[in-house]
Design a protein around this ligand. Structure first.
Ligand code: PEP
Ligand code: MG
Length: 577
């Protein structure tokens, strides 16, 4: 039977596929077995264990084609642990002696080891408990038929994985990076919001995504055919041939050659003002999918993704290679590399750092970096070495006080001296900029502008912190509003004050890539935009169709409006001009 489910739009594409359930939680079903079932149960365990080894082998070989060997190393270690005879013996013994099922035996084994590991004084050894837990989880996943199965070997199965639409409770950005490697056609989540880092990553990876369909895994059965219309935020379950044909025709219309042509032209308004349009990227390899002719540079590279899904943090050399590679690929055009924005929903490594009671207000981004030299210094050194390779802009996330700027400058100077002393090629020829994403930073625009070479507005966080709305909490997401009068006032103030200080200003939050706000932002005086590459064409189209001089009066009316509904109407009128 055909059905329609409604969720929240994350990214504007359509995906066709069959449903696969995926859970980030594993509910373990523990039960006793009879003496006659011991041998079958042991066999069940070993089949699952071998399937887990097989799966890791495939993931390892796929990832190794794209990622550095350090990243795949942890998968390799897990594979060896799965083949460990001691693991097999212990589980076999537990199944036989206690007459319990494999899931229960694995849980018991995990608990026993957890006690042993927790008593170890060596930090390195005690951290290996994470490996044990993950290895157990790999087997449990195989024992449970429900979770998403990534592609097995061969091209035919790759095709199969590419037509899977994953239905999950929620995903972390790290989970999504890994699942993307395994190939998925689309993503539906029960929780999460379009402004979460997971959602932004899904957009950058071009995975059609809808979030916030409560109980989606109950409403959609595994293997049901789906059309995921992420442009409208709807899922058509069992759509039937007629609807499928309509959607396929719509998809063809989407690859509009006019938009492609336009996106390759420099952005210029109808009255001749040049506008800078740059791209946001999350992974250095995203550059391979970017048509460099369409953008004036990289306005935001989120380096933290280099730190996710791995045990050991990337060393200075690995970071240097990633940053330098990006700059080489951009061939002299500016590249904005943001320092680590870890913390909150983006945790480094496998051993999760303690999360504060309110992660978004806690030890995140520059706060974390300034507290942890071992994390920050290799990045600073890698950046200063990469600065030899072109026009580097270093962007600092989550600044909230000018003291942080002085601390950062001192660390960069210290690193430069050390690199020169070590005889490593490096350069002081880079620009230092700050994200304006905390209300305190917005209200300090003038001061920040005097101490920094450029500023960049991160609307995703600026809106979250100004309106006190957690961007990953779907219960309050309906209040997330870029057109809230207080947001518009803050934006106008930031634009005006940075212009008065002659400090270049970009916007790199999602608002910059939403064509519904392009004209408004142009009218408010913004001239530099950075966005996901998929949005470049539609934003450039609005820029080309806009006479900025004509916007003065409508913008005044919008800025004076206090009633949110009237304000939205005025923005619609502006877009219709
Ligand atoms: C922002 O907050 O607008 C931003 C670009 O940073 P992120 O989305 O990575 O937090
Ligand atoms: Mg941010």
């Amino acid at each position: 039977m055909s059905r329609i489910l409604y969720g929240q739009v994350v990214t504007g594409d359509v995906a066709f596929g069959t449903a696969r359930h995926y859970s980030t939680r594993l509910d373990i079903n523990k039960h006793h077995i009879g003496p006659d079932s011991v041998s079958d149960e042991r066999q069940r365990f070993h089949i699952a264990r071998l399937a887990a080894i097989d799966k890791l082998e495939q993931i390892e070989s796929r990832l190794s084609q794209r990622l550095a060997s350090e990243v795949t190393e942890f998968i390799h270690v897990h594979r060896l642990m799965l083949a460990d005879p001691q693991l097999c013996e212990q589980i076999d013994q537990l199944i036989e002696e206690r007459q319990i099922n494999s899931e229960w035996a694995l849980a018991e084994y995990g608990d026993e080891l957890a006690t042993v590991f927790s008593q170890m004084e060596d930090d390195y050894l005690s951290a290996r408990m994470d490996d044990v837990r993950q290895v157990i989880k790999q087997i449990l996943h195989q024992l449970h038929p429900e979770p998403f199965e990534p592609a097995s070997s061969g091209d035919a199965s790759l095709e199969r994985a590419d037509t899977l639409v994953l239905i999950a409770d929620d995903l972390s950005p790290a989970d999504l990076s890994l699942l993307h490697e395994q190939g998925i056609a689309g993503l539906i989540t029960e929780h999460g919001t379009p402004l979460s880092h997971t959602a932004i990553l899904a957009q950058n990876l071009n995975i059609p995504t809808i979030q916030g369909i409560a109980n989606a895994r109950q409403l959609i059965r595994a293997d049901e055919p789906l059309i995921l219309d992420a442009e409208r935020g709807i899922v058509l379950v069992n759509p039937g041939p007629e609807l499928s044909t309509q959607y396929r025709q719509r998809l063809q219309r989407h690859s509009d050659p006019e938009l492609i042509r336009l996106s390759r032209e420099p952005a210029c308004s109808r009255d001749g003002r040049a506008i800078c349009v740059e791209a946001n990227i999350d992974h250095p390899q995203d550059i391979d999918h970017l048509d460099e002719q369409t953008v004036d540079g990289i306005g935001l590279y989120r380096t933290e993704y280099l730190f996710l899904n791995r045990k050991e943090l990337p060393c200075e050399d690995e970071q240097y290679r990633a940053y330098r590679g990006l700059m080489n690929a951009m061939d002299g055009r500016p590249v904005t590399i943001r320092t680590l924005d870890l913390g909150s929903d983006k945790q480094p490594g496998e051993s999760q750092a303690p999360i504060g009671s309110n992660p978004a207000l806690g030890l995140r981004a520059i706060r974390l970096c300034l507290q942890d030299d071992r994390l920050f210094m290799p990045q600073i050194r890698a950046l200063l070495r990469a600065a030899c390779g072109g026009a580097l802009r270093v962007l600092i996330p989550m600044l909230s006080t000018s003291t942080e700027i002085f601390q950062i400058r001192a660390l960069f100077d210290q690193a430069l001296n050390e690199l020169q002393r070590d005889g490593l090629p490096c350069s002081s020829d880079y620009q230092l900029g700050g994200m304006i994403e905390v209300p305190a930073a917005a209200l300090s625009t003038r001061t920040f502008a005097r101490h920094l070479d450029f500023l960049s507005i991160g609307t995703n966080d600026l809106i979250q912190y100004t309106l006190a709305i957690d961007r990953i909490d779907h219960q309050v997401n309906y209040l997330y509003d870029p057109l809230h009068p207080s947001i518009l006032r803050l934006l106008a103030m930031i634009i005006k004050e940075s212009a008065q200080e002659n400090t270049p200003l970009t916007m790199c939050g999602e608002m910059a890539g939403d064509r519904h706000y392009t004209r408004l932002l142009l009218g408010m005086g913004l001239r530099h935009f950075s966005m996901q590459s998929a949005k470049v064409g539609s934003v450039k189209r609005v820029i080309h169709d806009t006479d900025i001089q004509q916007l003065v009066d409508p913008i005044k009316r919008i800025m004076n409006a206090t009633n949110p509904a009237r304000l939205k109407l005025l923005v619609e009128e502006l877009n219709a001009l």
